[in-house]
Design a protein around this ligand. Structure first.
Ligand SMILES: [Zn+2]
Length: 140
């Protein structure tokens, strides 16, 4: 009896897990329009890695390697261009986290008063540099 109950319970748990999973993990609607592009990009990178590996191992001839690599790079360029296009078309929308080549961090370049000695810059004119303590020329 206990065994039967245990079996039923186990089956119920499995059925529960199997039944719930598909609902829990609905193919999430593209979180961002870049998602499928990111996936393609990742796939291309992976292909490139595999290609390089196979080439190193000697499975590929030099010309095969070069040709396939060129194809993959062309595809990659296409994906990257599409990403750029979407980004442009979304201009004004909330900034999407752009890991690479997002606006290069400009060192607070608005500061007009720069120390000749150490290069520190300040928003206000100072007689002495706040960084290195050397006298600063104040443009009058
Ligand atoms: Zn200084």
């Amino acid at each position: 009896m206990i065994i039967v109950l245990t079996c039923i319970l186990a089956i119920a748990v499995i059925a529960f897990i199997l039944g719930v999973r598909p609902k829990d993990l609905p193919a999430p609607e593209p979180v961002s329009p870049f998602q499928h592009l990111d996936e393609r990009k990742a796939a291309i990178y992976e292909n490139l890695r595999d290609l390089q590996f196979e080439y190193r191992v000697g499975k590929l001839s030099d010309s095969d390697y070069q040709a396939t690599k060129k194809d993959l790079q062309k595809e990659l360029a296409g994906v990257l261009a599409e990403v750029d296009r979407i980004k442009l078309s979304m201009n004004g929308a909330a900034p999407v986290s752009t890991p690479k080549k997002a606006a290069a961090p400009k060192p607070t370049a608005t500061a007009a008063f720069t120390c000749d000695s150490c290069g520190a810059s300040f928003e206000k004119p100072l007689k002495f540099c706040g960084e290195c303590g050397k006298p600063m020329k104040v443009a009058q």
